[in-house]
Design a protein around this ligand. Structure first.
Ligand code: SAH
Ligand code: SF4
Ligand code: F3S
Length: 482
């Protein structure tokens, strides 16, 4: 699942976590303290863009840096290093980073010792080219090279530009305990696999994230147990294709359904979610595992990309609309209360009006609960860039995207209306954005519910009856406390 959809942008500042940062207290440098300024310049400010995997990665390199004596600050004005963890999925994701770099120039003039580093997928895609193009960037580090970050940062301190962008087919950072930065103390991500080699024709990820590899299941379960003991109530297992997870070791194989069961058994009070699932690997075994455990959330994100058979073939998605609909059928049969969300691309190369109609038809048939909807953006080096033409005019892409959005808004509203009068178990996450007097939480189906605060606290499980809704949110009243 991608955090930046066409409307909302994902952006996170990382704050130091007290638990992991106790050794570094008192090291906070401020510009008003020249003695410290001249001594150690180890304040790091992190900005994260892109998908959940990037957010999880920031917690990994955050942990690596804390161990090396760096301090995380939540004000860019206090930083000696600005680390921008970037996304390359669409052109506008990269343009946004370029704009951010221009904004940072003024601050760099005030703090000439400050270094800006580009991390993540844009760093991997452009490598040292980015150092040449962006004068104020001192270093680039790709997603598989975060262990090198401390040494790269030492190099740039000495006045040289530096890069570490080699991809690995083994790195899973499984020995690193991510520092839980800026979290709510209730839900956390656990990366369980990295990379992708599906080579969808439009997609840059195989080039920025390298080959698919799965992490040792024991370390995943230990991380879940640790989080549970720390008081976390929900974990989300992450991977580009999370359900393709497969760990093979000395003849033994652990697939995704087994792993999911192992994690669900950590505690019945720990909710387990996962994203993103690839339709080709959505097995009945996985659905039956979900059915067996109440604490595995009944919500599946299953990107369809297009409803047209011809488009799916051209996109190299490895399934047909019939296969996809068969998987939807299986979800509806085995997990009748499961919500389904998706990703879709409007205006991929050669897409005709008929193909577009097939996508709308797919949406009407599946009746998704929600969707991330995108306009096709040609990415360098992909199959599409090498062999196809970006031939759908911009205004046609926009119109098709708008049609999909309008349809999905209608479907989201109708699906939410079905919830009225029903009671759901809700995990409270925090104060509602609109009013401090209200809290919000999520149902197992990943629907946001808002209700009066009363004496309730984030982290509680409550039973909430839904009274009204919009296309985005449910509103309800607490009916019983557990
Ligand atoms: N691994 C996941 C998705 C990862 S990228 C999967 O295969 O489903 C998140 C979403 O971005 C994709 O599902 C796709 O809808 C969208 N996307 C990827 N490349 C794109 C491009 N070049 N233009 C527009 N949208 C794109
Ligand atoms: Fe990209 Fe396809 Fe891999 Fe998803 S499965 S990350 S869309 S190449
Ligand atoms: Fe994620 Fe964007 Fe990279 S979607 S994997 S951060 S290209």
């Amino acid at each position: 699942m991608y955090l930046c959809n066409f409307k909302s942008k994902g952006n996170m500042r990382l704050k130091a976590d007290n638990h992991n940062n106790t050794n570094h207290k008192g090291k906070m440098n401020t510009p008003n303290n020249p003695r410290l300024d001249n001594q150690e310049k180890k304040n790091v400010y992190v900005e994260t863009y892109g998908c959940q995997m990037n957010f999880a990665d920031s917690e990994i390199f955050g942990s690596i840096l804390l161990k090396e004596g760096y301090t995380m600050v939540d004000q860019v004005e206090q930083s000696d290093y600005v680390l921008i963890n970037t996304c390359a999925i669409r052109d506008n994701a990269e343009q946004r980073i370029r704009k951010r770099l221009r904004e940072l120039r003024a601050l760099q003039r005030q703090r000439p010792w400050m270094h800006v580093g580009i991390l993540g997928c844009m760093a991997e895609r452009l490598k040292t080219q980015l150092l040449e193009e962006e004068e104020n960037v001192s270093f680039v580090v790709g997603p598989d090279a975060y262990r090198k970050l401390p040494s790269i940062m030492k190099q740039v301190k000495g006045g040289v530009k530096a890069a570490a962008t080699e991809l690995s087919d083994k790195e899973t950072y499984d020995d690193i305990d991510p520092v839980r930065l800026n979290g709510n103390g209730i839900s956390a991500y656990i990366s369980i696999m990295r990379g992708c080699q599906n080579y969808c024709a439009y997609c840059v990820v195989p080039y920025t994230r390298g080959l698919e590899r799965s992490r040792n299941p024991q370390t995943i379960v230990e991380e879940a147990r640790f989080l549970c003991n720390e008081g976390y109530k929900e974990i989300t297992l992450l991977g580009q294709n999370v359900n393709s997870y497969r760990w093979e070791h000395e003849g033994a194989v652990v697939g995704f359904p087994q792993l999911l069961a192992m994690v669900a058994e950590v505690s019945p009070r720990l909710r387990v979610r996962f994203a993103t699932s690839h339709p080709k690997d959505l097995s009945d075994e996985l659905l039956h595992t979900m059915a067996r455990y109440d604490n595995i959330c009944k919500s599946i994100h299953l990107p369809v990309q297009s409803g047209s058979e011809r488009m799916l073939k051209l996109m190299n998605r490895k399934y047909t609309p019939q296969w996809y609909l068969n998987r939807i059928e299986a979800i509806r049969t085995i997990l009748p209360d499961c919500s389904i969300s998706t990703d879709v691309i409007a205006g991929f190369c050669t897409e005709t009006e008929e193909d577009h109609q097939a996508t709308l038809e797919m949406f009407r048939t599946v009746r998704y609960d929600s969707a991330f909807m995108f306009k096709f953006s040609m990415r360098p080096d992909t199959f599409a860039a090498r062999h196809l033409e970006d031939d759908v005019p911009e205004e046609v892409k926009i119109r098709r995207l708008e049609e999909i959005i309008a349809l999905q808004n209608q479907l989201s509203l109708e699906n939410n209306q079905q919830c009225i009068g029903h009671t759901y178990e809700v995990l409270v996450e925090g104060a509602s954005r609109r009013s401090k007097e209200q809290l919000f939480g999520r149902t197992s189906q990943n629907k946001v519910v808002v209700f009066d605060r009363g004496s309730h606290q984030p982290g509680e499980y409550l039973k909430v009856m839904v009274k009204e809704c919009s296309s985005a949110t449910l509103k309800g009243v607490v009916v019983t406390e557990e």
